[in-house]
Design a protein around this ligand. Structure first.
Ligand SMILES: *[C@@H]1O[C@H](CO)[C@@H](O)[C@H](O)[C@H]1NC(C)=O
Ligand SMILES: *[C@@H]1O[C@H](CO)[C@@H](O)[C@H](O)[C@H]1NC(C)=O
Ligand SMILES: *[C@@H]1O[C@H](CO)[C@@H](O)[C@H](O)[C@H]1NC(C)=O
Length: 421
């Protein structure tokens, strides 16, 4: 039982993680110090983060023959986010910096930036972009292993985990994008996967960031989650809202921890849940993953997020609405928002002239086709020539970042889209 549960759990984590893989980053340029290759992580005076033993550049990028730089960006609420930059392709051709178009990659929930670089350089998006002449930046969301520092808080404290994806919209995403914008002096192409699409859409709906972006590509877009009908997803959504809040309150949601294992255990006792293949029942049947890549994935992921964030995502699934975190009590909402219910993010307010590329899969259980259709309906007044959609009937959630054929199926079209804008 234990063994099978654990296997199931990890597969589940993969699914969930890839589901919500998106990113946001916050930066304070003055404090960020770049270093090439042997990153010496001199940060800001005051609160240097623990230097990662082996950073992402060293473990996963330089080994393929690319240059790579580590950066740290501070958010307005004090989190220190790690970013990587691949400034040029393997051939080394082309000019550094201001001649190249910057691209920011934002992963989803329960994973980190490493998920982009698990495949070979011929298959993985950051390498393909760098070899195609782009200046590539990878974000790592607060709470994940390379982004666990804070100016005054420690990740062992509850207060460190007092945030949901609202704060990613409010702080991380603007900090990251602002940092890139200042570093490169250029507008940015954005790529989000899963939760990385949700936070981008929420920002755009408030008119934020759009003046610093050239375009945005949304892979496995997650906004509405009401069609997520898999038994495990629905059950998880219910438990996250109910049990998890009671159980953990403000705390780290550590997929490798005891509380989460207990939660999964109770979910798996439910006869409608197939815990032998949780990844498939959660993310959908991915068509085109390489077994070695999945192994590498499981060695490195999943990553922590906050319980409050999981609850917020579960609320989104349950309510069929994209809104701010619901404190579930009228007076508490009133205190935070000046109204009894949380304010919505109105996706119809995404600026109509922002170039958008949306790619979604027919087998994606997290970013369900029905929910993507709801999103597309919100965008129905978008300028026709600014909205590109790409539907792949065999793709599920993780295929968009890890499929062996993603270059042919998605990335070539994505790059063509970037070149048009
Ligand atoms: C979490 O932050 C909110 C403000 O966003 C604050 O009202 C609340 O007291 C904080 N809770 C904890 C446990 O730090
Ligand atoms: C699977 O991944 C391994 C390790 O990166 C690689 O050597 C192999 O070529 C990949 N297979 C396919 C079909 O892409
Ligand atoms: C969202 O905005 C659109 C137009 O900007 C408006 O017609 C619609 O009523 C709004 N929806 C909600 C739920 O406020």
């Amino acid at each position: 039982m234990d063994l099978h549960l654990q296997g199931g759990f990890y597969r589940w984590s993969v699914v969930v993680m890839s589901l919500f893989v998106s990113v946001l980053v916050v930066v304070e340029p003055h404090h960020a110090v770049a270093s090439s290759r042997r990153a010496t992580f001199t940060l800001f005076s005051g609160a240097p983060p623990d230097p990662p033993i082996v950073g992402l550049c060293e473990s996963s990028i330089i080994i393929h023959g690319y240059q790579c730089q580590e950066f740290y960006v501070k958010t307005e609420d004090g989190y220190v986010l790690n970013m990587q930059r691949i400034p040029r392709g393997r051939s080394g051709s082309g000019l550094l910096n201001n001649m190249k178009q910057p691209v920011l990659l934002q992963h989803g929930v329960l994973v980190d930036g490493m998920t982009w670089v698990l495949n070979t350089p011929e298959q993985a998006l950051p390498f393909i972009l760098a070899d195609s002449g782009f200046d590539v930046w990878i974000a790592n969301t607060r709470g994940t292993r390379f982004s666990r520092s804070h100016l005054t808080l420690d990740a062992s404290q509850r207060a460190y985990w007092n945030w949901s994806w609202d704060e990613l919209v409010e702080y991380d995403l603007p900090a990251t994008i602002d940092f890139l914008y200042r570093q490169t002096g250029q507008k940015i192409h954005y790529v989000g996967h899963s939760m990385g699409t949700l936070i981008a859409l929420a920002s755009f709906s408030e008119g934020k960031l759009v003046d610093k972006l050239k375009s945005a590509a949304l892979l496995s877009p997650v906004a509405y989650l009401s069609h997520m009908t898999t038994a495990i997803g629905v059950l998880a959504a219910r438990s996250f809202v109910g049990e998890m809040t009671k159980l953990m309150g403000v705390a780290e949601f550590n997929p490798k921890g005891k509380e989460v294992a207990n939660l999964l255990h109770s979910l798996c006792m439910n006869p409608s849940v197939d815990c032998y293949d949780l990844m498939t029942s959660f993310t959908g049947k991915n068509c085109c993953l390489n077994v070695s890549t999945v192994d590498l994935f499981l060695k490195n992921e999943p990553q922590s997020t906050s319980t409050k964030n999981m609850v917020h995502l579960a609320q989104t699934a349950r309510k069929g609405l994209v809104s701010k975190y619901d404190y579930e009590k009228k007076d508490v909402n009133m205190e935070h928002y000046g109204q009894g219910t949380p304010p919505i993010y109105n996706l119809s307010n995404v600026p109509r002239d922002l170039p958008l590329f949306l790619s979604y899969g027919g087998r994606d259980a997290l970013s369900d086709v029905g929910d993507v259709e709801l999103l597309l309906d919100s965008l129905k007044f978008h300028n026709g020539d600014k909205l590109t959609t790409l539907f792949l009937k065999d793709y599920a959630h993780a295929d968009f970042i890890m499929a062996v054929n993603a270059k042919e199926m998605v990335y070539n079209a994505l790059i063509a889209f970037f070149r048009r804008h």
